[in-house]
Write a protein that binds this ligand. Structure first.
Ligand SMILES: [Zn+2]
Length: 610
């Protein structure tokens, strides 16, 4: 017999290559009639439904597996305990004392083995591997659930098409059906604009920092020759960072620095997801967002301080009390990150404000990235003008690495942009989707009134509608839950006129229970007139055309390091695509907390443009 030659092939497992999995690689095209297509869809759905959902192993279960596999003595001690127990039952009182002592010492030994295992590095790695493996299965299961979920409505179609295909997998069938259906909105979809492509403006374009290292100023300020990982050593990201060469000191995780770059067992760009944003090899600009949000919604005022404290505590623990932007632990507090889908130009429908995640910011980062409107505007004789502090400007430059003199103007551009966004969004009513907040009981504070169409009215200001999570209201604690609307996104420049053909099948708004739509009138534009100067500054930023950016080759990782395009999941993309990233991050409610919403925030390094 000839021994098989095992070849080690250097295959790059890019996402596309994994995805293409033809059922019959060399197979012929199969003609599928509408009738057999329908029965195939039914089979796929019932197969999926009959399969159990993967169950998250508890720490105790993982510990049991670990002890069984890695600590041979554990089984022996267990057996001894069982044996002694039996022996004690059938023995004389004299022997009993001796045997009981032995039993107690065996039990103590068992506890010691568990305690040793629990604090061992081996177990932490083992646990993190098990959790990662579960998460992978769970993600695959969820992806399948999404596909099956999308496939289901097609059963309701009276006329299914006949298709030609090489595979009858759910994905392939869905792709065929979607192609037939085209990209038209479905009836009842809310038509909204996808986010503005701010990152294409040259000042806000992501830049590589590999050449220059981490900002000297940032190092002097907070880090002292090390980078602090914004995770605790007790959860996945912290443990993984340690496995990559980070070290632990007093409950926190750090990477050492050399020449402005973190020292790890991988290249800098491969450990980006463990680092605070401002210390990553690729800097994705963080732009200020006015706080509170223009909808008038805030967790603290709407659901009360105790609720906000509970959410804060949970997030702080997850991030080991460190700022996700700069790694500092000075006066860290939590801020929500929202994404906004705005109404089509010319429509009076409300927009949808979606919770992405909660992020811990230190006092500097909070002041710089979440300024209040009042702190950015001062009155002058001819209207409001931009005014900001030197500290704030300096810090925005530092965390965004706008170090060149010509980049100084980016700071005021960023604040002008934030003001204009806030003004634009203040003229719209908002549906606030808080589906991502899943852990805390929500009760409406006194002073808010819910009308018959479920708009929540504050004492002063505009109403908003809360969707995606149940909340309780009033003295008799009635429960309110409104499903988030289904959204069909159109381009940023879309106007009522040019989406008119899509409107035939859908609404610019979604009918609520009284059929009145989501439309309510927003009585006042809450912002006083801007000065001609400020208006001019706003036009200069908002009217600037998008540019084709030439990336400086020098700034990119060398060919010896991983190329950015090869690893779309782990590296911040050069052209971030918010819609795709949002889909990746959704539907993972049951996943491990430490890999939850913030993981997608970290993995994708989505710029904070909202
Ligand atoms: Zn910070």
């Amino acid at each position: 017999m000839v021994r098989p030659i095992i070849e080690i092939m250097d295959i790059s497992l890019s996402k596309d290559e994994i995805k293409i999995e033809p059922a019959s690689p060399a197979g012929d095209l199969i003609d599928v009639s509408p009738k057999s297509l329908r029965s195939q869809i039914k089979t796929l759905i019932s197969d999926f439904i009959s399969r159990p959902k993967p169950i998250k192993p508890t720490d105790a279960e993982i510990m049991n597996v670990f002890l069984a596999l890695r600590v041979p003595e554990f089984a022996a001690v267990n057996k001894r305990i069982v044996d002694l127990d039996l022996e004690i039952r059938g023995t004389s009182p004299k022997n009993k004392t001796r045997l009981t002592r032995q039993l107690e010492s065996a039990k103590a030994r068992r506890l010691a083995l568990i305690a040793n295992a629990a604090s061992s590095g081996d177990f932490l790695i083992f646990r993190s591997e098990k959790k990662a493996a579960f998460n992978e299965t769970f993600i695959r299961y969820n992806e399948e659930a999404v596909t099956i979920g999308e496939l289901k409505p097609f059963l309701g179609m009276t006329h299914l098409p006949a298709i030609q295909t090489r595979s009858l997998s759910a994905e392939i069938i869905l792709a065929h059906l979607k192609e037939v259906k085209g990209s038209a909105a479905e009836k009842g979809d809310m038509i909204l604009r996808e986010g503005e492509e701010i990152h294409k403006r040259k000042q806000f374009f992501p830049r590589a920092a590999l050449k220059n290292g981490i900002s000297e100023y940032l190092l002097r300020e907070g880090l002292n020759g090390v980078v602090r990982v914004p995770y605790s050593p007790f959860e996945n990201f912290g443990v993984e960072a340690i496995a990559l060469g980070a070290f632990e000191r007093r409950g926190r995780v750090y990477f050492k620095l050399q020449g402005g770059k973190p020292v790890a067992q991988s290249h800098w760009n491969e450990i980006d997801r463990f680092l605070p944003f401002a210390c990553r090899s690729i800097s994705v600009p963080f732009l200020p967002v006015i706080s509170n949000s223009p909808s008038g919604f805030s967790f603290k005022t709407v659901f009360g301080e105790a609720t906000w404290d509970a959410i804060s505590e949970e997030i702080m623990e997850k991030h080991a009390g460190s700022c996700v932007i700069c790694g500092s632990d000075e006066k860290v507090s939590i801020t929500p990150r929202w994404s906004y889908k705005e109404p089509v130009i010319g429509s009076s429908a409300p927009g949808v404000q979606e919770l992405d995640s909660f992020l811990p910011f230190c006092a500097n980062c909070m002041d710089t990235l979440r300024p209040s409107l009042d702190s950015l505007l001062v009155k002058s004789s001819d209207g409001l003008v931009l005014s900001t502090t030197r500290e704030r400007e300096g810090w925005l430059r530092t965390i965004n690495r706008w170090n060149e003199p010509k980049e100084k103007a980016y700071v005021s551009d960023a604040y002008v942009m934030a003001i204009e966004m806030f003004r634009r969004r203040s003229r719209v009513n908002w549906i606030v989707d808080i589906s991502k907040q899943t852990t805390v009981y929500l009760g409406l504070e006194d002073g808010f009134y819910v009308d018959d169409d479920d708009w929540v009215w504050p004492t002063v200001g505009s109403p908003f509608k809360i969707v995606g999570a149940p909340y309780f209201e009033g003295q008799n604690q009635s429960r309110i839950y409104i499903k988030p609307p289904k959204i069909h996104c159109v381009g940023w420049d879309s106007t009522v006129e040019n989406v008119i053909e899509k409107l035939e099948a859908s609404n610019l708004s979604v009918a609520d229970k009284r059929g009145a739509g989501f439309v309510v009138d927003r009585a006042i534009d809450p912002i006083a007139p801007f000065s001609p100067d400020l208006e001019k500054q706003i036009s200069a930023v908002t009217d600037s055309t998008f540019e084709e950016i030439e990336v400086n080759v020098e700034e990119r990782p060398s060919s010896s390091t991983l190329s950015i395009s090869e690893n779309p999941n782990d590296s911040p993309p050069f052209i971030p695509d918010n819609s795709v990233q949002r889909e990746l991050g959704s539907g993972m409610d049951d996943e491990y907390d430490d890999d939850d919403d913030d993981e997608s925030a970290f993995r994708n390094a989505k710029p904070d443009y909202n």
